[in-house]
Design a protein around this ligand. Structure first.
Ligand code: NAD
Length: 329
């Protein structure tokens, strides 16, 4: 993001979540007033407790999928709308399938309406899940994906695909300055120990000395990105005029088994590995092509895997909790 930030006042939906809370913080640090909107479905006030009382920060407990409440709560005017509200971990969206579809459809429409009212830049948090279980590697933005529309993950994948279509239609018919960022697996402090995603699960299990649960034989791959890098990429996409999707994600593709081994080693743990059933439709390979982000925005991940995991281990060491159930991402 350029300094000073090119915005005066922003709204972050899902601002009490993992990514949203980091975005709120980074915007406040750059002198931007921030309205953080969240219904606390999967987020927590703990994530933003340190922001309460900071000048320019306001929290609204509001369901962004409810049009009346959203318009009332978000008086604005804003010059930036970041739509991040949506359950994001498989455990959360499988527990809340209808709310997930509402967040992508009604929630996105309501957030777009606010941005259109104020003539604000709009950015949708989309996901690598729009590529489904990809048949093309690495995944470029012009790949259409391989999604099962009636599988267990479809509530999330199709909700985001619909949201992307909605944003594109608004940009086309209303001339809005609306962009889409496709975020790949991100990890770091403020993830929930129980959210079922691989990194917090492995870290908590390793710290507790419990068996580290790898799904399947662990040969499926993920490309992880540390939260500071993802937030930097998101804000660069926001500050650009890009109206086509932009991938933001890590370049270090690793098997889930390797990720588990690295976490155990960095935690100095003696946890054994254990292998459990792999979830249905779990993607085989995940690797972003980030050429567009590099050429358009000068963005590249900077935090090494080792450094990011060490910071994440330090976070969970300071906020201990019981190990999570098996990872599903
Ligand atoms: N973390 C990742 O690796 C990742 C990857 C791809 C995309 N994303 C996207 O980024 C966004 C944030 O993900 P996250 O990892 O921080 O998840 P998260 O669950 O920590 O955050 C989502 C936040 O949205 C809130 N929310 C959900 N529905 C809402 C609604 N109807 N109204 C208001 N608030 C609502 C939740 O309470 C939570 O605070 C999501 O849109 C997700 O799809 C995240």
């Amino acid at each position: 993001m350029t300094t000073p930030a090119p915005w005066r006042r922003a709204v972050v939906t899902g601002g009490a979540g993992f990514l949203g809370s980091h975005l709120c913080e980074r915007l406040l640090d750059a002198g931007v007033e921030v309205d953080c909107v969240d219904n606390l479905l999967s987020g927590s006030m703990d994530n933003i407790a340190h922001l309460e009382g900071r000048q320019g920060f306001r929290f609204s407990h509001c369901d962004v999928s409810s049009s009346d409440r959203t318009a009332d709560e978000l008086a604005g005017p804003y010059d930036l709308v970041l739509h991040f509200a949506c359950p994001a971990s498989p455990a959360d969206y499988l527990r809340h399938p209808l709310e997930t579809m509402d967040a992508g459809s009604l929630g996105t429409r309501n957030a777009l309406t606010i941005a259109h009212r104020d003539g604000a830049r709009f950015l949708l948090a989309s996901t690598s899940e729009v590529y489904g279980d990809p048949l093309v590697h690495p995944q470029r933005e012009d790949y259409w994906g391989n999604v099962n529309p009636v599988g267990p993950r479809s509530v999330y994948d199709e909700s985001k695909r619909f949201a992307e279509a909605l944003v594109t239609a608004h940009a086309g018919t209303k001339g809005m300055n609306a962009g889409i960022v496709r975020i790949f697996n991100t990890y770091g402090p403020r993830m929930r120990a129980h959210d079922g995603r691989a990194v917090p699960t492995f870290v908590c299990q390793a710290l507790a000395g419990e068996p580290v649960t790898v799904t399947g034989d662990g040969s499926q791959t993920r490309s992880l990105c540390y939260v500071d890098d993802t937030v930097d990429g998101v804000l660069r996409v926001a500050a650009s005029q890009a109206v086509r999707p932009v991938n933001i994600g890590g370049g270090d593709e690793a098997t889930v088994l390797d990720i588990a081994r690295r976490v155990i080693a960095l935690a100095g743990s003696t946890s054994p590995l254990t292998f459990i059933v792999r979830p249905e439709d779990d993607p085989e390979r995940r690797r972003p092509d980030t050429t567009l982000a590099r050429e358009l925005l000068g963005w590249e991940p900077r935090v090494s895997w080792e450094e990011g995991i060490k910071r994440t281990i330090a976070h969970f060491s300071a906020t201990p909790g019981p190990a999570s159930p098996a990872p599903r991402d």
